[in-house]
Ligand binder design. Structure first.
Ligand SMILES: [Zn+2]
Length: 125
């Protein structure tokens, strides 16, 4: 199963187990730092993971991109690595393979990390 990261803080989501009154173990996903978690307790991790994935997919792309992710701008051939972001101002700080830093906005992005089909990407949803 791939890793899901919190759209708010970038922390890796944790599988949370809860014991119901009848003694069965149920599952949901959440962020231990932000405190948000998926609402419904599911009978297995896979279903809970799907809930979290759907929740995250509703966030704007800049929220779903995290440090270390690769993305491609529409005016550059190279794939750039995200080294930082300012979500309130809509700015992405990127670095190319030569170490040059570039500042872009979400409108400049042609392919987001999950659109690049990279294997094992942190945001491959
Ligand atoms: Zn979080």
């Amino acid at each position: 199963m791939k890793t899901l990261k919190c759209p708010l803080c970038g922390n890796e989501l944790t599988s949370i187990f809860r014991m119901t009154k009848t003694g069965s173990l149920k599952n949901k996903y959440g962020c231990l730092i932000c405190g948000w978690e998926t609402f419904e307790l599911r009978k297995n991790e896979n279903l809970a993971w799907k809930d979290a994935k759907e929740f995250i997919s509703k966030f704007p792309p800049i929220m779903r991109s995290h440090q270390g992710d690769n993305l491609k701008l529409d005016f550059e051939d190279d794939v750039l690595t995200l080294i930082g972001k300012d979500t309130s101002r809509g700015k992405l700080y990127l670095q190319n393979c030569d170490g040059d830093v570039e500042i872009a906005t979400p409108e400049d992005v042609e392919q987001w990390p999950w659109e690049l089909e990279q294997k094992g990407g942190s945001n491959d949803i």
